[in-house]
Design a protein around this ligand. Structure first.
Ligand SMILES: Nc1ncnc2c1ncn2[C@@H]1O[C@H](COP(=O)(O)OP(=O)(O)OP(=O)(O)O)[C@@H](O)[C@H]1O
Length: 238
């Protein structure tokens, strides 16, 4: 049986005293691909924030890659996040540094010392995300899709067990969004669990995977067909 890398047990999540999720349970196994779907404000980001210890759950137990997020010590949060890769809609790249130096910045901040090892890792990561040859460019010289590829490379610096993605294609046009989805799928096929909150419901058809549907403070356990129906996805997708 595969290891569980994320586990929520009877978890309540609040934002500024508003109940967002009530008594939710989630188990994500090593290497799984999971979509978080739901209307705006249904709590997808709040669930992801709870996973990377940015939002303390009100009650219940949350375990992520071996850490108990409710009792985690401040200094352990950095260790937890090193085992997670996190990708947002906004690229949040360092605009005054090259592609390569954006990656090296994160490596140095997370304890990498050997220049040779960093050089090799940069090369490997850029190849993995399809940015080989762009190491000396600056972020503004990259397209939106390429910038997102760089943020994905950055999230992979420490070979995370889990990649969390909050609306990672929100700023991209549909064709580019599909390429980025493909990249997430490849990363998943190489063994990293992926948990992706997305409004791009057409992804569910292009790459069917497990879906958690957030609604009214709960997670609905729906079949794929029920979800497609509920989202009213026609043949053309979204
Ligand atoms: N920082 C905050 N302070 C107060 N309330 C918040 C905060 N962030 C989110 N909320 C509220 O918590 C609820 C869940 O928001 P959340 O961002 O988790 O939903 P979401 O499903 O990710 O939405 P979207 O699809 O728009 O990103 C919403 O009612 C939202 O207004």
């Amino acid at each position: 049986m595969k290891n569980i890398v994320v586990s929520f047990r009877d978890v309540d999540i609040e934002q500024e005293d508003n109940v967002v999720m009530k008594g939710i349970n989630i188990d994500v196994a090593e290497g799984e691909f999971l979509y978080l779907i739901g209307k705006t404000g249904s709590g997808k980001s709040s669930i992801l924030k709870t996973m990377y210890a940015d939002l303390e759950p009100k009650s219940g137990t949350v375990k992520v890659v071996g850490y108990n997020v409710r009792t985690i010590k401040r200094k352990e949060i950095a260790q937890l996040r090193r085992k997670l890769g996190i990708v947002f809609q906004d690229f949040e790249l360092l605009t005054d540094r090259t592609v390569k130096d954006n990656l090296i910045f994160v490596m140095e901040a997370t304890g990498w010392k050997s220049a040779g090892a960093m050089e090799r890792k940069v090369y490997e990561l850029l190849e993995r995300v399809g940015l080989e040859g762009s190491g000396n460019k600056y972020p503004h010289q990259l397209s939106g899709g390429e910038q997102q590829r760089l943020t994905i490379a950055r999230a992979l610096v420490n070979d995370p067990l889990v990649l969390l993605a909050d609306e990672p294609t929100g700023n991209l046009d549909p064709a580019v969004a599909q390429d980025i989805l493909k990249l997430f799928v490849e990363i998943n096929q190489q063994g990293t669990a992926v948990i992706m909150a997305t409004h791009y419901h057409s992804f569910l058809k292009q790459y069917p995977a497990r879906v958690i549907y957030c609604e009214d403070g709960n997670l609905k356990d729906l079949t794929r067909n029920q979800i497609l129906q509920r989202l009213n996805i026609g043949e053309s997708g979204d």
